[in-house]
Design a protein around this ligand. Sequence first.
Ligand code: FES
Length: 255
Amino acid sequence: MGAGHDFKPRILGFLCNWCSYAGADLCGVSRHQYPANLRVIRVMCSGRVDLEFVLRAFANGKDGVFVGGCWLGECHYNTEGNYDALSMMHLVKKLLECVGLNPDRLRLESVSASEGFRYGEVVTDFTTKLKDMGPIGTGEGIEQKALKLKLEAIRKLIPYIKLVEREKLRVRFKDKSEYEAFFASDELNSLFNDMIADKLAISQIMVLLQDQALSSGEIADSLGMNSTEVSKHLNNSARKRLVRFDESQKRYALA
Ligand code: FES
C-alpha cells in the first residue's frame, strides 16, 4: 500500500569513492534525472561502512540507507571490503527485522564509475520503494516512542553484536547468492536467535524499564512482544540481578 504522494523519504547514502561516487557524479554530469532525496557521504570503500553508521542513520530518522560499492572482485583494496559490506548489510537487515522494521530500508548496490545511468536507476527505484513503505516506524505500525526505544536497544548492543560478527559471522563467499543463502540458513538463524535476538529482547526491556516500573503485560504491550517471551526474559534477567520484582507495586524495575 502506498504511503501517499506527499511523503519524501529521507535517505542517507554511503558511496565508495572509486566507483559509486564517481557513478553518481557521472549521472549528474550526464543530466540523468533522479530523485533528490539522498544525502551522500563519500567513503573510501563500502567496507568502511560500519553497522553502527547505518543504525545511527535510522536512529536519526532516516527512512532508508543506501550503500554503493564496487562490483565484487573489483574493490580497490586488497582487503576486498565490499565483501564485508555485503555481510554487514545482511546482519543489519536481520537486526531491523528483529525489531519489526522493514529490512528493505537498507540497500546495497554495486555501481561502477562508468554506470551513471544505473546509479540514477537504482536510486530512483529505492526512493520509490521507500515511498511505498512510508516513514520509518510509521510504515511498520510502530509508534515513534517505541521506535526510538527499539533503536536505542540495538545501539546499546552494538559492541556485543560486533564481537559476535567477528567471532561467528565473518564469512567470505564468492558471490551475492551465497551470502543470501548463508544468512537465510537454519544454522545462521539459530545462531542469530541464540546469540543476538534474545539479548536484543532483553535490551529493549531494560531500556523500557529505565523510565518506570512495569508489569510483564505492560512490557509485552509496549514492545509488541509475546507475553510468554517477556516473562521468560524477565525471569532470566531477575536471576542475573538485572531486574527485580517490586512486590508492593506488582511491577518489574531495574535492579
Ligand atoms: Fe569500492 Fe572497496 S574500493 S568497494
